[in-house]
Design a protein around this ligand. Structure first.
Ligand code: NAD
Length: 256
């Protein structure tokens, strides 16, 4: 379905971003990976799917590096047809104790980077009259949780940016939508499981169950593969007129 197209997924060396990159590669898209940590492993996993893969290590908190990454993607593969704004971090603390540098980093990485990558990707998509922008927001783009002020503010911002991007391109072949996962057992969430286990003297399994029980009636984690399938749907022709939605995959979190 995406043969000959190029997808750039930010924060795709791990977790949800890697899951979405693999799902898009399975549809034939060439992939530009981004993110920290092990980069060779993810590149090999994508290459094994029979598509071209490139990597750029831009720090998504730095505008000049985002600009360099978008230029690199266009130079390497011609243009970006599918942009997945996924890179994100978390920090948990009450507002009065929230470190100012963590606030700034979360707003920059989780929200402003989506604006920068979007503004740089749009002109080529508009010229071609086809494009898909998928913002990995969160259920925290729709509801709040205590101790996550920066994350919740950034993710609500991403949902707002999604709507405006969709509206500004509504008469074109460029769509923009957000994915709002509940709990997904990635390194980002494992850190929260570890903190709960330590605080409350629980085993890993008990802490995971408690995390789920607090929020998700399904008592199941959403998987990167399920989120990848939703991204593929947004890229399909069935998604041509899906514009500006914030689509939860949250085990019933927000149905309550
Ligand atoms: P993860 O920690 O597994 O992956 C985060 C990715 O972002 C990694 O590739 C990391 O290297 C990259 N990254 C971090 N800081 C970066 C920076 N400054 N520049 C470039 N890349 C950077 O986490 P994840 O759970 O896969 O999270 C991915 C996205 O999904 C995030 O936006 C997160 O907020 C969102 N999300 C996660 C969950 C969950 O339960 N895990 C739920 C809802 C939304």
């Amino acid at each position: 379905m995406l043969k000959g197209k190029t997808a750039l997924v930010t924060g795709s060396t791990s977790g949800i971003g890697l899951g979405i990159a693999k799902a898009l590669a399975e549809q034939g898209a060439n992939i530009v990976l981004n993110g920290f940590g092990d980069t060779a492993g993810p590149q090999a996993e994508i290459a094994a799917l029979g598509v071209k893969v490139a990597y750029h290590g831009a720090d998504m908190s730095k505008v000049a590096e985002i600009e360099a990454m978008m230029k690199f993607a266009a130079e390497t593969f011609g243009q970006v047809d599918v942009l997945v704004n996924n890179a994100g971090i978390q920090h948990v603390a009450p507002i009065q104790d929230f470190p100012v540098e963590k606030w700034d980093a979360i707003i920059a990485i989780n929200m402003s980077s989506a604006f920068h990558a979007t503004r740089l990707a749009l002109p080529a998509m508009q010229k071609k009259n086809w494009g898909r922008i998928i913002n990995v927001a969160s259920i925290h783009g729709l509801v709040g949780s205590a101790d996550k002020s920066a994350y919740v503010a950034a993710k609500h911002g991403v949902v707002g940016l999604t709507k405006v991007t969709a509206l500004e391109n509504a008469t074109t072949g460029v769509t923009c939508n957000a994915i709002c996962p509940g709990w997904v057992l990635t390194p980002l969430v494992q850190k929260q499981v570890d903190a709960k286990a330590l605080d409350m003297g629980l085993s890993n399994e008990e802490a995971k169950n408690l995390l789920l029980k607090e929020k998700e009636p399904s008592m199941q984690f959403t998987t990167p593969e399920e989120l990848g399938a939703l991204a593929v749907f947004f890229c399909s022709s069935a998604g041509n007129n899906v514009r500006g939605v914030a689509w939860n995959m949250d085990g019933g979190w927000t149905a309550q």
